[in-house]
Design a protein around this ligand. Structure first.
Ligand code: BGC
Length: 896
């Protein structure tokens, strides 16, 4: 192998289960992935080889003593482990290399590792214990420690300390789940914390969702703890320390109350001094009780992005509406809590309340929290300065009220802690329009604020915060384009499967803390849609394999409720359009529900194909056909120019009225290409007329419509119209929210206050962010996993440039286009190895296209073999360039 070869091919970012060096994997067949890099253009991976070794040394020598895939001819860069059964508690080292189309070989990747957790539940030691808020266990270690790990499941939430030091940086752990089916445990490397000699493990439990007692929220049981420490000694021996009745428990500790909605109440006087350190006298504590284990199976959370503090924000303003009451404005609606430095001498009680809004007199406006007290209280002994912040709760807020201290805390003493799932940001988007950038910013904040606790909640502030499935799937494309969502969504999909009943039904809210069965079809579709978009963006079929039977069962459940191919069942439909919550008159449930049934049959057909289930694919193909017919038969009314989609009802006077023809009703069938071809034009023009004329370039849609109306308009060439609707700042529009000081997306198009349903931090309208990526940046996946993608440069008056990048599963895709005037366009592209892009640009008269300095097109393709450019052709009013991997700079010049 010569030096040049080494430079040309390399491999970066090797991961296991989409994570870097994960500690505590419990997948029996973890997936490896990597990114091939090549200095030449137009490259594909022809083969790969993965080795897994038992030691760093073997891996470095290129010896796969655990597993050697051999040279496998494949362009896949996600590969399942298929060596002998992995062992628990073991660190494996691995690396990968690849070959390009010319048979050139890359050097090995760096050596990376993954460590297994508990692969067989029988290997768990210890019992579930309870009966306390504080738990402690002292033990003595006599030998030299090589490695130490803690495996812990503390329900509802826990905080873990070893020798007085907090372990890890997770907040609100473990992630929520359907605890009757799955309990997540965490794995920590505590080698540096556990010492030879006397040690103490201290755990504080909170109630979380598992033990929540709040109105109709599902209550599982009182808090409980399972934990195991595994210590490997330098002499090769292993010792386990685990929860049992020898642990000491303090029943009533310093936490007077902790609840997700109510907040956190802490009394320092009740916290025994140094209870979490060695040598504390716990003789007055009672022995913990062995309690019945929760029903769910234990599963490692190691590769699921955990919730943690991701930023802090200083207040922008402070108000003093009443004596002793201080209101801080953090300038941004966030999820998290306040951290406050309190100086009190003598006992004091500090109170922090939270809200998204303030009243005209600068007091907090908490009515829209609907019964969530959102109040943290700290009773302090008053020994001087102390930093307080809650745990086991969180709040959605922009404003915080501090009271109970006799002086106004200075800006230095207070900050807001932003929490969120630790999701790797992979996407970026910026363009020449401030409005569009602002919309993008609101979408990102609302997504972030609602991605925590292993769930995608509807909102972070009121007495709700549930994993509403409608909200989740609607913004899933947006989330996936901005964050590495694969493990997070796999977890959510498993939660849905865990919540499924025998009859196939699933609930609206998952985990089912509110047991709303069966889901509205347009909510339950999350079980089908989310795995499918994961497949589309990641190109990995594992999640489809896993979900398929369950998805089919849910679909069949709904299908069994349909009559003559129409599904009348619905609960929310095109939820929260302008002026109302339900939109039955404009978008009847049966239109939305039947459309979902049909769309999901299509997805199932595609899944069946991917899984090679030929018979099923045929079955769903027939279903799609018959549902298409029944949909049109039931809802397509009118002739020619009056063609539209509505549902007939008998009015009181016996006459027939047809409800529908809303923007949503018109867009849905167009989105799935089921409108008979001779009617398409009329349905499109009716939709355009509604948005453009009747609604003066505004969308009259709920959350379903918002995902599909802009999409369909763009698909039929009305990108300019969508852009103009997005530039509006009058009601109903995103611009209106922004003009009215929104920093996150509202639940309703209206600016509402009071106790009605009006969260100011819902992410479901955030589906629009995917539209920005798809139609303004122009990035659209054609073949799963970005194997082939489209870069469709839009022709929009008023928009001069867009830059975007996505760190895809194949590597970095970036697009930056810039229009100087109507006569020139510059497009810079970066395409990863193994991908092909179709760059599509408007064909105007006298076009010349340069790549770098080379003319490659002048009215027709020039004789040229620019490396990486596979073909250039005209297609209607477009020019299409097919391009292989590499970096490119195209300049397009038009004469007229
Ligand atoms: C939630 C929504 C949810 C809806 C169902 C609301 O309370 O906040 O986002 O999808 O109920 O209709």
């Amino acid at each position: 192998m010569n030096v040049k070869t080494l430079e040309t091919l390399s491999v970066i970012d090797p991961r296991v289960e989409f994570s870097r060096n994960p500690l505590g994997v419990d997948e029996l067949k973890p997936r490896f992935s990597w990114i091939p890099v090549h200095s030449d253009r137009g490259q594909n991976q022809k083969a790969y080889r993965v080795i897994v070794s038992s030691s760093m040394e073997s891996a470095e020598k290129g010896i796969g003593d655990v597993w050697d895939s051999g040279v496998v001819e494949s362009d896949s860069n996600i590969v399942e482990y298929s060596g002998p059964q992995l062992k628990s508690f073991t660190r494996y080292f691995w690396r990968v290399k690849w070959w390009d189309g010319n048979g050139r070989e890359s050097k090995w990747s760096e050596v990376v590792w993954f460590e297994t957790a508990i692969l067989d539940s029988k290997e768990w030691r210890g019992a579930w214990i309870g009966g306390g808020q504080l738990f402690r266990k002292e033990f003595t270690i006599e030998k030299d420690i090589a490695e130490a790990r803690i495996y812990i499941a503390g329900l509802g939430y826990y905080e873990l300390r070893v020798n007085g030091v907090k372990v890890g940086n997770k907040a609100l752990d473990p992630p929520w789940s359907e605890y009757d089916k799955t309990i997540y445990y965490s794995v920590y490397d505590v080698t540096d914390l556990i010492k030879k000699g006397l040690n103490v493990i201290a755990v504080m439990l909170g109630r979380g969702r598992y033990s929540q007692k709040f109105r109709k929220v599902k209550y599982y049981d009182e808090p409980k703890l399972l934990m195991m420490i595994r210590i490997a000694f330098k002499d090769g021996g292993v010792e386990y320390i685990y929860t049992d009745e020898s642990w000491k428990c303090l029943e009533k500790g310093p936490i007077v109350d902790d609840d997700i909605y109510r907040g956190f109440k802490y009394d320092e006087r009740l916290e025994p001094y140094n209870w979490d350190k060695q040598g504390f006298d716990d003789s007055s504590w009672r022995n913990c009780l062995k309690v019945s284990p929760p029903r769910g199976a234990l599963r490692s959370s190691a590769v699921i992005p955990s919730t943690k503090a991701v930023a802090t924000i200083k207040p922008r303003e402070v108000y003093n509406p009443k004596p002793g009451v201080y209101i801080y404005d953090f300038g941004q609606n966030i999820t998290g809590w306040v951290r406050l430095k309190v100086k009190c001498f003598g006992e004091c009680e500090v109170k922090i309340r939270y809200a998204e809004l303030i009243n005209a007199d600068y007091t907090l406006h908490t009515k829209n929290l609907r019964g969530a007290d959102a109040t943290d209280v700290f009773v302090l002994k008053g020994y001087g300065e102390k930093i307080v912040e809650p745990c086991f709760t969180y709040h959605g807020f922009r404003y915080a009220e501090v009271s109970g201290i006799s002086y106004p805390p200075s800006i230095d003493d207070i900050e807001a802690v932003v929490i969120s799932a630790d999701l790797e940001p992979i996407g970026s988007f910026v363009c020449s329009s401030k409005m569009i950038n602002d919309i993008h910013r609101l979408c990102i904040w609302s997504l972030r604020n609602n991605l925590n606790n292993g769930v995608q909640t509807d909102c972070p502030q009121r007495a709700e915060r549930m994993g509403w499935l409608g909200d989740a799937w609607l913004s899933s494309d947006s989330a996936i384009l901005n964050f590495n969502m694969v493990k997070y969504y796999e977890k959510i999909v498993r939660d849905i499967m865990d919540s499924q009943k025998e009859d196939g039904s699933i609930p609206d809210v998952v985990p089912p803390f509110w047991e709303f069965y069966p889901a509205d079809p347009a909510w339950g579709t999350a079980l089908i849609y989310i795995p499918w978009v994961l497949y589309v963006y990641y190109g990995d079929k594992r999640i489809i394999e896993e979900v398929y039977e369950s998805a089919k069962k849910w679909w069949s459940y709904l299908y069994s409720r349909s009559k003559d191919g129409v599904l009348y069942f619905g609960k929310y439909g095109d939820w929260v359009p302008p002026g109302r919550v339900r939109s039955v008159e404009n978008s009847p449930f049966e239109i939305v529900s039947t459309w979902i049934l049909l769309r999901d049959a299509k997805i199932l057909r595609e899944m069946a194909k991917v899984l090679n289930r030929i018979e099923d694919a045929g079955y769903f193909d027939n279903i799609v056909r018959s549902l298409t017919d029944s949909f049109n038969k039931a809802f397509l009314h009118g002739e020619g120019k009056s063609s539209g989609y509505c549902s007939e009802y008998k009015a009181g006077d016996g006459s027939t009225i047809c409800l529908g023809n809303s923007q949503t009703c018109l867009a849905l069938p167009l989105a799935e290409d089921i409108v008979p071809s001779d009617r398409v034009e009329h349905v499109v023009s009716r939709l355009v007329k509604s948005v453009k004329n009747e609604w003066d370039k505004h969308f009259n849609v709920g959350i379903i419509g918002l995902k599909y109306v802009p999409e369909v308009l763009a698909k039929y060439g009305y990108t300019q119209l969508v852009y103009e609707a997005l530039m509006q700042d009058t009601y109903p529009s995103f611009g209106y929210m922004i003009k009215e000081s929104a920093t996150t997306l509202w639940e309703r198009w209206e600016k509402l206050t009071g106790s009605a349903m009006n969260s100011h931090d819902h992410h479901m309208f955030g589906s629009i962010d995917a539209w920005l990526y798809r139609w303004l940046a122009g990035l659209q996946v054609v073949e799963p996993g970005f194997k082939r993608f489209r870069v469709l440069i839009p022709d929009i008056q008023g928009l001069n440039s867009v830059s975007t990048s996505i760190y895809t599963i194949r590597g970095l895709v970036s697009i930056s286009w810039h229009k100087d005037d109507e006569k020139s366009l510059i497009v810079e592209l970066s395409i990863p190895v193994n991908s092909v892009a179709e760059l599509i640009i408007p064909r105007k008269s006298g076009a010349e296209i340069y790549e770098g300095e080379t003319l490659i097109w002048k009215n027709t393709a020039e004789e040229d073999d620019t490396q990486g450019v596979i073909s250039i052709r005209e297609l209607n009013d477009k020019i299409v360039l097919e391009i292989g991997s590499g970096k490119y700079r195209f300049t397009i010049k038009w004469s007229g």
